[in-house]
Write a protein that binds this ligand. Structure first.
Ligand SMILES: NC(=O)C1=CN([C@@H]2O[C@H](COP(=O)(O)OP(=O)(O)OC[C@H]3O[C@@H](n4cnc5c(N)ncnc54)[C@H](O)[C@@H]3O)[C@@H](O)[C@H]2O)C=CC1
Ligand SMILES: O=C([O-])CC(=O)C(=O)O
Length: 348
């Protein structure tokens, strides 16, 4: 849970030296006042607006840049009235991308179209691939050292696209590029807590693989606190986590996909990145990164230790159950295909 959310609206006088815990609750650290510049690209959208608000609440952020093709002057004006210390500015249109990005430490990208019922995330590729490519060209030019959090779907392909753009520009550092899979972790933890009747704030559970259907694999054999789960429970919770995005798309019935839970998850992961930049110890989150964890799969989500340079360590998968080993095998073809599709697009 994000510590700044717990603190609520009384936290302003305490910003100068505030105790902040990482989302696993295993780090206590004193912080000085926020000094990080963060940009949200796609900031006028369903995710971008609440994500902008949550970043405004984060005491590690000093400057918040809200960029979109349109609508950001209003969103920025609105969010800027929130009485927290981060300064907020809105930027609209390509001509303002440079100003939005210059000097950023962290860039979060929820720009792009969402799914409608009946679509897969891959159906978004044709539109979102180009959006991510053009925004990453801007990042390579204007803030090549920033950490980049990609939310735009299909994440399994958009992250490889970003990597290729940065490689071409000569700015690629795999430690600084992340696909945001935190919502899968958030969902799996919630579903487990409800089903197994444990306090949700105590649940720690890795979700590995990618961010689409069968490529999403919650590793229930490693869940804490560990409860006896039947094979049926494991199967049901695995499938529900894999279909979590579709569950929301169907419930919204044509009005988009997950926005509020995604903003929460995006803010959680962004905060972990910022704490890593600040040198906090023990900041570990799952993220989709360039990886050697599974031979033959060049991008994969697993636990990553975040630090001053971004992804300081990509952790292995640990012991998997037979069910999980089978699920890992089953996702390989799709994940490899999605990665290749992104790389081919960026190279074309
Ligand atoms: N990684 C994940 O777990 C999740 C990813 N998503 C993905 O996030 C993306 C955004 O979803 P929503 O916010 O619901 O969509 P939305 O349509 O509400 O907002 C997208 C925003 O992106 C903006 N945009 C489009 N092209 C742009 C460009 N070139 N530069 C800057 N901004 C641009 C639009 O103007 C719009 O304001 C979708 O691709 C969706 O599939 C959604 C939920 C979870
Ligand atoms: O399902 C979608 O299209 C949006 C998404 O990635 C999610 O909610 O996990």
């Amino acid at each position: 849970m994000m510590s700044f959310l717990k603190v609520g609206c009384n936290f302003i006088p305490k910003i100068q030296a505030q105790a902040v815990c990482c989302s696993h609750g295993n780090v206590q650290q004193q912080w000085t006042r926020g000094k990080r510049t963060v940009a949200v690209l796609g900031a006028a959208g369903g995710i971008g607006q609440p994500l902008g608000l949550l970043m405004k609440l984060n005491p590690l952020v000093s400057d918040l840049r809200l960029f979109d093709i349109a609508g950001t002057p209003g969103v920025a004006c609105d969010i800027s009235h929130v009485n927290t210390q981060a300064m907020v500015a809105g930027y609209a249109g390509d001509a303002e991308l440079e100003k939005a990005l210059k000097g950023c430490h962290l860039v979060i990208i929820p720009a792009g179209v969402p799914r409608k019922p009946g679509m897969t995330r891959d159906d978004l590729f044709n539109i979102n691939a180009g959006i991510v490519k053009s925004l990453c060209l801007g990042i390579a030019k204007h803030c090549p050292k920033a950490l980049v959090n990609i939310i735009s779907n299909p994440v399994n392909s958009t992250v490889p696209i970003a990597a290729e753009v940065f490689k071409k520009a000569g700015t690629y550092d795999p430690k600084r590029l992340f696909g945001v899979t935190t919502l899968d972790v958030v969902r799996a933890r919630t579903f487990y807590a409800v089903r197994m009747k444990v306090p949700v704030k105590e649940v720690d559970l890795p979700v590995v693989g990618g961010h689409a259907g069968i490529t999403i694999l919650p590793v229930f054999s490693q869940v804490k606190p560990k409860k006896q789960m039947s094979a049926a429970d494991i199967d049901a919770l695995t499938k529900r986590t894999q279909d979590g995005g579709t569950e929301v798309v169907q419930a919204k019935a044509g009005k988009g996909s997950a926005t509020l839970s995604m903003a929460y998850a995006g803010a959680l992961f962004a905060e972990a990145c910022l704490k890593g930049l600040e040198g906090a110890k023990g900041v570990v989150e799952c993220a989709y990164v360039e990886s050697k964890v599974v031979p033959g799969i060049s991008f994969f989500s697993s636990k990553v230790r975040l630090g001053p340079n971004g992804a300081e360590e990509i952790m292995g998968l640990g012991d998997l159950s037979d069910y999980e080993k089978k699920a890992l095998e089953a996702m390989k073809k799709e994940l490899i295909g999605s990665i290749k599709k992104g790389v081919d697009f960026a190279k074309s």
